[in-house]
Ligand binder design. Structure first.
Ligand code: IMP
Ligand code: MG
Length: 175
Protein backbone atom coordinates (compact mmCIF):
# COMPACT_ATOMS: atom_id res chain seq x y z
CA UNK A 1 0.00 0.00 0.00
CA UNK A 2 1.33 3.42 -0.95
CA UNK A 3 0.24 6.36 1.23
CA UNK A 4 -1.39 9.08 -0.88
CA UNK A 5 -2.80 11.27 1.91
CA UNK A 6 -1.47 11.00 5.45
CA UNK A 7 -3.56 11.42 8.59
CA UNK A 8 -2.16 14.95 8.99
CA UNK A 9 -2.98 15.91 5.42
CA UNK A 10 -6.50 14.51 5.78
CA UNK A 11 -7.13 16.50 8.97
CA UNK A 12 -5.88 19.71 7.32
CA UNK A 13 -8.14 19.16 4.32
CA UNK A 14 -11.14 18.43 6.51
CA UNK A 15 -10.53 21.53 8.64
CA UNK A 16 -10.47 23.59 5.44
CA UNK A 17 -13.69 22.01 4.16
CA UNK A 18 -15.38 22.60 7.54
CA UNK A 19 -14.35 26.26 7.49
CA UNK A 20 -15.81 26.66 3.98
CA UNK A 21 -19.05 24.95 5.00
CA UNK A 22 -19.33 27.09 8.16
CA UNK A 23 -18.82 30.19 6.07
CA UNK A 24 -21.36 29.21 3.43
CA UNK A 25 -24.18 28.09 5.79
CA UNK A 26 -23.60 30.31 8.80
CA UNK A 27 -25.80 29.48 11.80
CA UNK A 28 -28.68 28.01 9.81
CA UNK A 29 -29.58 24.39 10.61
CA UNK A 30 -27.98 21.91 8.21
CA UNK A 31 -28.97 18.33 7.49
CA UNK A 32 -25.94 16.26 6.58
CA UNK A 33 -26.64 13.20 4.46
CA UNK A 34 -23.95 10.59 4.85
CA UNK A 35 -23.63 8.48 1.69
CA UNK A 36 -23.02 5.08 3.18
CA UNK A 37 -20.74 3.39 3.71
CA UNK A 38 -17.62 5.12 2.45
CA UNK A 39 -18.26 8.55 3.96
CA UNK A 40 -18.79 7.55 7.60
CA UNK A 41 -15.31 8.47 8.77
CA UNK A 42 -15.30 11.77 6.87
CA UNK A 43 -18.73 12.66 8.26
CA UNK A 44 -17.66 11.81 11.81
CA UNK A 45 -14.62 14.08 11.56
CA UNK A 46 -16.31 16.84 9.57
CA UNK A 47 -19.47 17.39 11.62
CA UNK A 48 -17.50 17.90 14.82
CA UNK A 49 -16.03 21.00 13.21
CA UNK A 50 -19.36 22.44 12.08
CA UNK A 51 -20.81 25.32 14.07
CA UNK A 52 -24.48 25.32 13.02
CA UNK A 53 -27.12 22.98 14.46
CA UNK A 54 -26.56 19.74 12.51
CA UNK A 55 -29.02 16.94 11.80
CA UNK A 56 -27.69 13.69 10.47
CA UNK A 57 -29.24 11.26 7.99
CA UNK A 58 -27.95 8.58 5.69
CA UNK A 59 -28.59 7.06 2.30
CA UNK A 60 -27.12 3.79 1.16
CA UNK A 61 -25.65 3.37 -2.28
CA UNK A 62 -23.55 0.70 -3.83
CA UNK A 63 -22.08 0.69 -7.28
CA UNK A 64 -19.15 -1.66 -7.00
CA UNK A 65 -19.88 -5.38 -6.90
CA UNK A 66 -16.62 -6.51 -5.39
CA UNK A 67 -14.67 -5.22 -8.34
CA UNK A 68 -13.01 -1.92 -9.17
CA UNK A 69 -15.39 -1.35 -12.10
CA UNK A 70 -18.76 0.32 -11.68
CA UNK A 71 -21.91 -1.79 -11.80
CA UNK A 72 -25.55 -0.70 -11.66
CA UNK A 73 -26.18 1.87 -8.96
CA UNK A 74 -28.44 0.80 -6.13
CA UNK A 75 -29.96 3.41 -3.85
CA UNK A 76 -31.66 2.73 -0.50
CA UNK A 77 -33.26 5.90 0.85
CA UNK A 78 -35.38 4.26 3.54
CA UNK A 79 -33.33 5.74 6.41
CA UNK A 80 -33.63 9.40 5.37
CA UNK A 81 -35.19 11.92 7.77
CA UNK A 82 -37.90 14.35 6.61
CA UNK A 83 -36.14 16.80 4.29
CA UNK A 84 -39.04 19.11 3.42
CA UNK A 85 -37.65 22.67 3.13
CA UNK A 86 -34.38 21.54 4.71
CA UNK A 87 -30.96 22.90 3.93
CA UNK A 88 -29.04 19.74 3.00
CA UNK A 89 -25.40 18.83 2.46
CA UNK A 90 -24.76 15.44 0.86
CA UNK A 91 -21.36 14.05 1.89
CA UNK A 92 -19.65 11.27 -0.06
CA UNK A 93 -16.19 9.80 0.08
CA UNK A 94 -15.16 10.19 -3.55
CA UNK A 95 -16.38 11.65 -6.82
CA UNK A 96 -15.41 9.27 -9.59
CA UNK A 97 -17.71 9.06 -12.64
CA UNK A 98 -20.24 11.28 -10.85
CA UNK A 99 -23.21 8.95 -11.20
CA UNK A 100 -23.59 8.34 -7.47
CA UNK A 101 -23.67 11.97 -6.40
CA UNK A 102 -25.88 12.90 -9.33
CA UNK A 103 -28.43 10.19 -8.48
CA UNK A 104 -28.39 10.96 -4.74
CA UNK A 105 -28.66 14.69 -5.36
CA UNK A 106 -31.63 14.27 -7.71
CA UNK A 107 -33.36 12.03 -5.21
CA UNK A 108 -32.84 14.45 -2.31
CA UNK A 109 -34.10 17.33 -4.43
CA UNK A 110 -37.23 15.35 -5.30
CA UNK A 111 -38.01 15.11 -1.57
CA UNK A 112 -38.54 18.85 -1.30
CA UNK A 113 -35.27 20.04 0.24
CA UNK A 114 -34.85 23.81 0.01
CA UNK A 115 -31.15 23.79 -0.84
CA UNK A 116 -28.95 20.81 -1.69
CA UNK A 117 -25.16 21.11 -1.53
CA UNK A 118 -22.54 18.42 -2.02
CA UNK A 119 -19.18 17.67 -0.44
CA UNK A 120 -16.63 14.96 -1.18
CA UNK A 121 -13.32 14.11 0.39
CA UNK A 122 -11.73 13.11 -2.91
CA UNK A 123 -12.28 14.18 -6.51
CA UNK A 124 -10.74 11.73 -8.94
CA UNK A 125 -9.61 13.45 -12.10
CA UNK A 126 -10.19 12.27 -15.64
CA UNK A 127 -13.11 9.99 -14.78
CA UNK A 128 -16.19 12.24 -14.98
CA UNK A 129 -18.99 10.90 -17.14
CA UNK A 130 -21.57 13.58 -16.38
CA UNK A 131 -21.65 17.31 -15.81
CA UNK A 132 -21.85 17.93 -12.05
CA UNK A 133 -20.41 20.67 -9.84
CA UNK A 134 -19.33 19.54 -6.38
CA UNK A 135 -19.54 22.41 -3.88
CA UNK A 136 -16.87 21.34 -1.38
CA UNK A 137 -13.85 19.18 -2.26
CA UNK A 138 -11.18 17.97 0.14
CA UNK A 139 -8.52 16.81 -2.31
CA UNK A 140 -8.05 16.39 -6.05
CA UNK A 141 -6.45 13.04 -6.77
CA UNK A 142 -5.18 11.30 -9.91
CA UNK A 143 -7.04 8.40 -11.53
CA UNK A 144 -5.97 5.61 -9.20
CA UNK A 145 -7.99 3.21 -7.08
CA UNK A 146 -7.71 4.35 -3.47
CA UNK A 147 -8.66 2.81 -0.15
CA UNK A 148 -8.68 3.80 3.52
CA UNK A 149 -10.36 6.49 5.61
CA UNK A 150 -13.73 4.93 4.73
CA UNK A 151 -12.97 3.77 1.21
CA UNK A 152 -12.90 0.06 0.57
CA UNK A 153 -11.81 -2.61 -1.83
CA UNK A 154 -14.17 -5.60 -1.61
CA UNK A 155 -15.33 -4.40 1.79
CA UNK A 156 -11.92 -4.13 3.42
CA UNK A 157 -9.38 -1.36 4.18
CA UNK A 158 -12.03 1.16 5.34
CA UNK A 159 -10.31 1.38 8.73
CA UNK A 160 -6.93 2.58 7.44
CA UNK A 161 -6.28 6.03 8.98
CA UNK A 162 -4.74 7.29 5.73
CA UNK A 163 -5.78 7.18 2.05
CA UNK A 164 -3.63 4.75 0.14
CA UNK A 165 -3.18 3.47 -3.39
CA UNK A 166 -3.32 -0.28 -3.67
CA UNK A 167 -0.30 -1.97 -5.13
CA UNK A 168 -0.36 -5.27 -6.98
CA UNK A 169 0.35 -7.41 -3.92
CA UNK A 170 -2.58 -5.74 -2.09
CA UNK A 171 -4.95 -7.10 -4.74
CA UNK A 172 -4.44 -10.76 -3.90
CA UNK A 173 -7.34 -12.11 -1.75
CA UNK A 174 -5.14 -13.06 1.22
CA UNK A 175 -3.03 -9.86 1.19
P1 IMP B 1 -19.14 7.32 -9.02
O1 IMP B 1 -20.61 7.01 -8.99
O2 IMP B 1 -18.47 6.69 -10.19
O3 IMP B 1 -18.81 8.77 -8.88
O4 IMP B 1 -18.50 6.53 -7.85
C1 IMP B 1 -18.64 6.94 -6.58
C2 IMP B 1 -18.56 5.76 -5.65
O5 IMP B 1 -17.71 4.72 -6.14
C3 IMP B 1 -17.96 6.23 -4.36
O6 IMP B 1 -18.98 6.58 -3.46
C4 IMP B 1 -17.16 5.04 -3.91
O7 IMP B 1 -17.97 4.23 -3.10
C5 IMP B 1 -16.83 4.27 -5.16
N1 IMP B 1 -15.43 4.53 -5.61
C6 IMP B 1 -15.05 5.26 -6.68
N2 IMP B 1 -13.71 5.30 -6.79
C7 IMP B 1 -13.23 4.60 -5.75
C8 IMP B 1 -11.89 4.28 -5.30
O8 IMP B 1 -10.86 4.66 -5.87
N3 IMP B 1 -11.81 3.51 -4.18
C9 IMP B 1 -12.90 3.05 -3.51
N4 IMP B 1 -14.16 3.34 -3.88
C10 IMP B 1 -14.32 4.09 -5.00
MG1 MG C 1 -19.65 5.21 -1.94
Amino acid sequence: MKVLLSEEQLQQGIARMAAEINQRFGRQPLTIICVMTGSIILVADLIRQLEMPVKLGSIHTSSYRGETKRGDLQLDASMLPDLTDAQVLIVDDIFDTGHTLDAVSRHIQSLGAADVGTAVLLYKHGRQEIEFDVDFIGFDIPDEFVVGYGLDYQGIYRNLPYVGVMESDDLSPDA
